[in-house]
Design a protein around this ligand. Structure first.
Ligand SMILES: [Zn+2]
Ligand SMILES: [Zn+2]
Length: 903
């Protein structure tokens, strides 16, 4: 929709769209800016330009228009007091991780709190009317501006003032009146300073007029009156008109404090703490001049690096002042801002990672560490986290209990970054060789595939500046990959299927066939659970045909059959495979039990990432920073089985979505977004409460037993738990037991065999003198007790690889043999532990070429090892037992064989 066309249309009838009672009462006149033509409303008769084009732009720096001074938390108290005494309900902020919308990772505006997506429509659900909310919003598009411009934040508090015009709420007149009184009465801003600019808002198929309000060129808020839907000209009035007034709390503080930047009055004691660390005086006039120039240039110049250069010139800064004061200041503000955002995000369950919304969090932590490194700042992050939370907890008490979790995650993630630095160093070296600055796309690839941040490259002087489009492009890439596509089926005009699995859930039932297409059947009612929420479908039969798949399309259940299908309008008998269903159901309840058990054992950042429940196996993927240790797995399994043992009640209740959210919080969205107005809450007493459409047992003991079979870190920030429950878990335990028993039996059988052999070896030692006598008396070729003897030619050649002889035997027997008969050669091969060994003796008068050292080395090398010794006595061996036969054959030929040839 073209915004400028709508603005033209609305501004052509200002009485209808913009004029409110207040303007008349207070004597506001409507004017057109002498520079840009925009229409605005002001009391001051001398004002001829809009706030963007006025000379007083940002003149509040160093000279605030109020006598009262409020920092960030005090400013919220003022806002809250004002709206509460004017009949608004003050609502606590919603999580910054937007669990209730699947097209957003993070909450980006206060109105998002109350938007719920139903199909292609956005509906509004307000917990009360009218209301005000201090909504923390995360926006990553302007990351390179943060710390530099004096007014950009990666997260900020949007004061949300929302109203539906009905018996409780109000419309334009009262809204603008309230906002004007908030500024003038509550904050003490003179009436003449307030300027309203005509604008429009359009998005999500609806649009309306809006009035932005400014003081000294600073936009404090924007009151949007969402009123119409459709295309301009053909538009209609919405059933539910809505006031969406969003104002920046940081700016309210700034306008009363008049500090050089908004950062100076919004981070509590952190700013002074950091000022002291780097030794800068925050009150300097020079800073006011510089940041005023930054603010003014930002309105007219797009490129931030150019804005910075112009401000340096305007404020007459030397290179040295820039390097010694401005650059460290920017770093300091960045650290304070990014850390505050990480505290909110991690407290609300987000983890830094390289996927989805976790990306931006990782970028921010790396920028913090990179900045600290660059500035050679030694900061205690834990201390800064405490300072932030201590300051914020009056407005956001929920942060208090999460501080240790935040510190844990920051520590792990910081360590990971340090570990990745050497790899990044190598990549940086390669870039230096190229002698060319990487393009924005190359920078994005470097970041995405190697985790190399542009800040790091700037530190190393590989790039001179971070391209102003980098962070916007990066955040675009990871904004909306949350969607899935839907298949088109001929289901037009079919009524909603009566889902019996949510009612009395019969395993046998009759139903009428409403439609048959391909091998798919739609019934008027069904007890076959349709695949959903990670729960696999039921199997069974419809009219004797096998059901092989069941899916839900909107409210229509489609059964896929195998081997034929019934006819339309027929009444059919249906049977659900009850055993399969029972096993899947046990696995589903177990998933809930394991999820909460894992959170209890590991930390508050654990959320269900996804889950899969089949009849004989299941898996639960949870958000967690590292692989699980054996100890952690055991603790989770034990905690889960304790819940099973306690036999807790599993209850299912339907709630209005808003009521459920208020009652249980957003923890209920473990399985993702629920696109219906009434949510089905499955609770295991107060241990686990989730919005879930699956089938469940009635009491936890019905699950019988939960066994985790395997865990694996499947992606950055996600760990998979594979598990079984019920009869499958019992089978698994039996199988494990049987395996263990078999291993034990195998081990004892081997021990028995070893014992017998050892006894034999023992005996053979005793046999040694007798054997020696026999062998030395021999002539010709023969084998005695597994020892092959060739005494036909020159020398007495003996070889054995029998396992009845050990090292002791070979050493002693060989030695004695060559002493008795110096023409003898003796070689024994045997296994000893994991190696195959060889021992060789050659007597003083052994045949030519029979060298103990040569034989031992050759055999050892076949076995992958080495041998040593001299011509008379040598030994060796190797670990490659697969070469044992080859080694034996070779040894045999070296000891027994060749002699004949020479003989
Ligand atoms: Zn203008
Ligand atoms: Zn569930």
């Amino acid at each position: 929709m073209n915004k400028s066309e709508i603005l033209k249309e609305f501004s052509s009838d200002p009485d209808r769209y913009y004029k409110v009672k207040l303007f008349e009462e207070q004597g506001f006149a409507r004017k057109s800016c002498s520079k840009c033509g925009r229409f605005f409303w002001a009391i001051d008769p001398n004002r001829s330009t809009c706030p963007d084009d006025s000379d007083d732009t940002y003149s509040f720096i160093d000279n605030p228009p109020t006598s009262k001074r409020f920092d960030y938390t005090q400013a919220w108290q003022q806002v809250e007091d004002f709206f509460v005494k004017n009949n608004h309900t003050s609502v606590s902020r919603y999580p910054v991780v937007c669990r209730w919308r699947d097209d957003l990772y993070f909450t980006i505006a206060s109105i998002v709190d109350f938007q719920r997506v139903m199909g292609s429509k956005v509906v509004f659900e307000f917990p009360s009317n009218p209301l005000v909310v201090p909504q923390t919003c995360l926006r990553f598009k302007d990351l390179e501006n943060v710390g530099v411009t004096g007014r950009h934040f990666s997260s900020f508090c949007m004061i949300g003032q929302h109203s539906i015009p009905n018996e409780d709420g109000y419309w334009k007149d009262e809204c603008v009146d309230l906002d004007f009184r908030l500024l003038t009465q509550q904050f003490g801003i003179p009436k003449e300073e307030v300027v309203f600019v005509e604008d429009v808002w359009a998005g999500g198929g609806s649009f309306g007029s809006s009035l932005e309000y400014f003081v000294r060129g600073l936009e404090l808020g924007n009151a949007v009156f969402t009123e119409f839907q459709g295309e301009l000209g053909k538009h209609t009035v919405l059933d539910q008109k809505i006031i969406d007034m969003g104002a920046g709390l940081e700016r309210f503080a700034w306008i009363t404090m008049g500090t050089p930047t908004a950062y100076d009055c919004c981070f509590g004691p952190i700013t002074n703490h950091l000022f002291e660390k780097i030794g800068i005086d925050s009150d300097s006039k020079m800073l006011s001049n510089y940041f005023t120039a930054i603010a003014k240039n930002l309105e007219t110049v797009d490129d931030l690096n150019e804005v910075r250069r112009r401000a340096v010139k305007a404020a007459n800064l030397t290179e040295q002042q820039l390097a010694k004061i401005i650059t460290p200041l920017e770093g300091m503000y960045l650290i304070a801002d990014h850390l505050r955002t990480l505290i909110f995000a991690i407290s609300d369950g987000a983890l830094p990672s390289n996927v989805g919304g976790g990306y931006n969090l990782r970028v921010m932590l790396r920028r913090i560490i990179g900045t600290m490194d660059r500035m050679e700042l030694k900061l205690d992050i834990d201390e800064l986290v405490d300072m932030h939370i201590d300051y914020l907890k009056d407005t956001y008490p929920e942060l208090d209990s999460k501080r240790e979790d935040v510190k844990t995650i920051l520590k792990i993630e910081g360590k990971r970054y340090e570990e990745s630095k050497s790899r990044m160093g190598k990549i940086a070296d390669k870039l230096i060789e190229k002698k060319r600055e990487p393009t924005v796309d190359e920078l994005i690839t470097l970041y995405e595939s190697d985790g190399v941040t542009p800040d790091y490259l700037r530190e190393l002087n590989i790039i001179s500046e971070i391209p102003s489009s980098f962070y916007a492009k990066l955040s675009d890439l990871h904004q909306s990959d949350k969607k899935a596509s839907v298949a088109q089926l001929p289901l037009e005009g079919l009524p909603e299927t009566d889902m019996l699995f949510y009612k009395d859930d019969p395993m046998e039932f009759e139903a009428k066939v409403l439609k048959v297409f391909d091998n798919n059947v739609v019934l008027d009612r069904t007890s076959f659970y349709a695949r959903g929420g990670g729960q696999e479908p039921d199997y069974g039969t419809i009219d004797g045909h096998k059901v092989i798949d069941v899916n839900k399309h909107a409210d229509v259940v489609v059964h896929t059959l195998e081997g034929g299908a019934p006819k339309q309008d027929q009444t059919v008998k249906c049977v659900v495979d009850a055993t399969r269903r029972s096993n899947i159901t046990k696995n589903h309840t177990s998933t809930h039990i394991l999820n909460s058990s894992a959170r209890g054992v590991l930390g508050s950042w654990v959320w269900q990432h996804s889950a899969f429940k089949e009849a004989d196996h299941a898996r639960l993927d949870i958000t967690h920073h590292s692989s699980l240790s054996e100890q952690e797995v055991q603790s989770i399994e034990k905690a889960a089985n304790d819940i099973v043992e306690k036999n807790m009640q599993v209850s299912i209740q339907n709630y209005d979505r808003g009521t459920a959210e208020q009652k249980y919080g957003f923890r209920i969205y473990q399985g993702g977004v629920v696109p219906v107005k009434s949510v089905r809450i499955v609770s295991i007493e107060d241990f686990d409460v989730e919005a879930c459409g699956g089938t469940h047992v009635q009491k936890t003991k019905d699950v019988d037993l939960i066994k985790i079979t395997r865990t694996k870190r499947i992606q950055d920030g996600v760990v998979r738990l594979e598990f079984v429950s019920g009869p499958t878990a019992q089978d698994y335990v039996k199988k494990l037991q049987a395996q263990k028993e078999k291993q034990q039996a195998d081990a004892s059988a081997k021990a028995e065999r070893d014992k017998i052999r050892d006894q034999k070896k023992e005996k053979n030692r005793e046999k040694m003198p007798e054997l020696l006598e026999q062998i030395t008396a021999l002539s010709g070729m023969t084998t005695i007790d597994d020892i092959e003897i060739d005494a036909e030619g020159p020398g007495r050649l003996c070889f054995t690889a029998s396992d009845q002889y050990d090292e002791y035997f070979h050493i002693n027997f060989g030695k004695k043999l060559i002493k008795e008969d110096p023409t003898s050669v003796y070689c024994g091969i045997f296994e000893s532990g994991p190696t195959v060994r060889v021992i060789v003796y050659a007597g003083e008068q052994a045949p030519k070429g029979k060298n103990a050292g040569t034989i031992a080395r050759e055999i050892s090398s076949i076995l992958g090892g080495s041998g040593g010794g001299d011509a008379k006595f040598a030994q060796g061996g190797g670990k490659d037992t697969s070469k044992k036969d080859e080694a034996i054959a070779k040894a045999k030929s070296m000891v027994l064989g060749i002699v004949k040839f020479y003989g």
